[in-house]
Design a protein around this ligand. Structure first.
Ligand code: RIB
Ligand code: CA
Length: 311
């Protein structure tokens, strides 16, 4: 078995974030060495609380560092309570963690871990990119220490928060632009792949019946999480956007990607605020690998492995 990759998950839990964190915890290919919370789906006071409670409930054994409670330049116009519920976890109320947050803010915590792992650290960013932008601004020497940044965000087709923009980029376009212009080794799991790889509701129902520590919350989370579409195989599915970024981090060899230049619209007040555009013509300007296909059989198998891990 190859050595597990050390990963920090920067997250705005968020129901699909919670699924993504559970899948990462259950993967022997990943070692979660930290969670960082960011404002996004719901207010940072809730995303931070959810991250801390999830870390303890899932026995992750890693620090949780709080991140940005506001965006880099322009306040988020609206969050995602209508999709994730008022506190971000649907109807689920996890036991309140006994532990506390790391004393460092997310950007300092990530920097210290990047130094500790000496170039092997992988960042999985599944919320707005505010913390990653602040990391780059406050610690410009961090770049060579980050092996890879895997982002759930953006789209090479359509938006979901607006017809043009995907939510994570729309929440903080200046942050997304700074990150994609930084030169970091970046992989993008955009809506172009996440909307095609929904998890059949029948699978979630079947997994929810299996004995496991997740039994009580899986179905509740999924029922409350309203981001659904025909998804994979054209059956009723839950679109677990963030889990696709975790799948890439764990199984990159089972994903097909294409090098592109991703640009982000930062025209405040414009209808295309946060829109990401992909151009794949000029290799000199490529700044990201865009995920175009994943091995769905292996991806869906992760959910069963997650249940078995938390049995
Ligand atoms: O557009 C999907 C993304 O926005 C996911 O990360 C979801 O959690 C929300 O943050
Ligand atoms: Ca998210």
């Amino acid at each position: 078995m190859t050595k597990a990759k050390p990963v920090i998950i920067d997250t705005d839990p968020g129901v699909d974030d919670a699924f993504a964190i559970m899948l990462a915890a259950a993967s022997e290919r990943l070692e979660i060495v930290g969670l960082c919370s960011v404002d996004g789906n719901v207010k940072e006071e809730h995303t931070a609380r959810n991250a801390l409670d999830l870390a303890e409930f899932l026995s992750l054994g890693c620090p949780v560092a709080r991140g940005a409670a506001e965006q880099l330049e322009v306040p988020i116009p609206e969050r995602g309570e209508h999709i994730h519920g008022e506190r971000g976890m649907g109807e689920v109320r996890l036991p309140k963690a006994a532990g506390d947050f790391d004393s460092r803010p997310a950007w300092d915590f990530i920097y210290d871990k990047a130094l500790e792992y000496a170039g092997e650290l992988v960042l999985i960013a599944i919320g707005p990119l505010t913390n990653i932008a602040l990391l780059l601004q406050k610690h410009p020497d961090v770049k060579p220490l980050i092996k890879q940044l895997v982002v759930m965000g953006g789209s090479t087709t359509r938006g979901n928060r607006t017809p043009f923009a995907e939510f994570n980029f729309w929440a903080d376009p200046p942050a997304a632009r700074l990150v994609f212009e930084s030169g970091l080794n970046t992989v993008m799991a955009g809506l172009n792949i996440t909307l095609e790889t929904g998890v059949p509701l029948s699978l979630i129902d079947e997994l929810s019946e299996r004995p496991s520590r997740l039994r009580g919350i899986l179905k509740e989370m999924s029922e409350a999480y309203s981001d659904r579409a025909a998804g994979f195989g054209d059956v009723p599915s839950s679109i677990v956007h963030d889990a696709v970024a975790v799948f890439y981090a764990a199984w990159p060899e089972l994903c097909e990607t294409r090098r592109c230049e991703i640009t982000i619209n930062t025209e405040a007040g414009g209808e295309r605020w946060g829109q990401s555009l992909a151009s794949c013509e000029n290799p000199a300007r490529f700044n990201a690998e865009v995920i175009e296909k994943i091995d769905m059989e292996r991806y869906l198998a992760l959910y069963g492995e997650m249940i078995d891990y938390f049995a």
